[in-house]
Design a protein around this ligand. Structure first.
Ligand code: C2E
Ligand code: MG
Ligand code: MG
Ligand code: MG
Length: 284
């Protein structure tokens, strides 16, 4: 029995559990160190203005750069950063470096607006508006060249808590967009209450166009609804010419995805923007 008890007690710390909590602990510490040492890197993905074929906005996407040089994608550390609150200092670093990068580009004559993903945890922290204001001030970036992306699900679930903050941020002259739109169970009426400028249609509604005619209908409906509310629409995850063609026919304003360009380093983006021979995406 003693043995059995012992085993049962031990079962609580099953190898699997202890490994995973150890992993968790190790990852948290590594993340903390990485923040202190600023071992992150931003990649930038262009958004194509479907009507004019121009590029004005790029989305900043964070990567964790390991000593080996390997880049860890955000989905494998943002959730932990949010859980531990580390997203707050990390998010501040991201915002500051995106703003100063955009300011550099604009100084060099490249007219680029940067869109930065903001975690709900950051918005809920008091002082978020000051953080944004300070990032603009320190970098010297004009507010209209900054866009902030907030996910639909977060905003929906914390509507009372975020409206005032978002309103104040928008009053600074910053553009606000709702990310991953269509995945957050919105009652559409809430959109009217929100101080937003842009809807980003989630990739899941784009990836099966034209195979899935329901997705085509959903994407079309989102575009029409956004326009009725005087919002701009970005389609995320555009991977084919056919998808771009479809979006153009439906009057979608902007397209982002591998068909246009993958996320790339700041230097590569600069080359991309200056490349006059860059593929023209014009579709009829
Ligand atoms: P998101 O904001 O919806 O960003 C779009 C994601 O889709 C990016 O993944 C991008 O690389 C990917 N993507 C773009 N075009 C295509 C395409 O044509 N096909 C496919 N399959 N994927 C495409 P990434 O960079 O791995 O970022 C994933 C998520 O991590 C982001 O989703 C965002 O929610 C979060 N994230 C990224 N950077 C930040 C950040 O700086 N702060 C915060 N809080 N979250 C971030
Ligand atoms: Mg985003
Ligand atoms: Mg998205
Ligand atoms: Mg996403």
């Amino acid at each position: 029995y003693a043995k059995e008890n012992g085993r049962n007690t031990y079962a609580f710390y099953s190898p699997e559990l202890s490994r995973s909590s150890y992993e968790h602990f190790r990852l948290e510490n590594e993340l903390r160190t990485a923040i202190e040492r600023q071992q992150f890197l931003l990649h930038y993905q262009p958004q194509l203005e479907v009507g004019s074929d121009g590029i004005f906005t790029v989305e900043a996407l964070v990567r964790w750069q390991l000593k080996s040089g390997e880049l860890v994608p955000p989905d494998s550390f943002i959730p932990l950063a949010e859980e531990t609150g580390l997203i707050v200092p990390m998010g501040e670093w991201i915002l500051n470096s995106a703003c100063s990068q955009a300011r550099q580009w604009n100084k060099k004559g490249l007219k680029i607006r940067v869109a930065v993903n903001i975690s709900g945890i950051q918005i809920m922290r008091s002082g978020f508006v000051d953080v944004v204001e300070k990032a603009l001030e320190t970098s010297g970036l004009p507010p209209y060249l900054l866009e902030l992306e907030v996910t639909e699900s977060y905003v929906m679930n914390h509507i009372e808590g975020v409206v005032e903050t978002l309103t104040r941020v928008r009053e600074l002259g910053v553009t606000l967009s709702i990310d991953d739109f269509g995945t957050g169970y919105s009652s559409l009426s809430y959109l009217k209450q929100l101080p937003v400028d842009v809807l980003k249609i989630d990739r899941s509604f784009i990836s099966d166009i034209p195979k899935d005619s329901d997705d085509e209908k959903i994407a079309s409906a989102i575009i029409a609804m956004a326009h009725n509310l005087s919002l701009k629409v970005v389609a995320e995850g555009v991977e084919t010419q056919q998808q771009l063609q479809f979006l153009k026919q439906r009057g979608c304003d902007l397209a982002q995805g591998y068909f246009i360009a993958r996320p790339m380093t700041a230097d590569a983006l600069e080359d991309f923007m200056r490349d006059k021979s860059r593929t023209v995406y014009a579709v009829s």
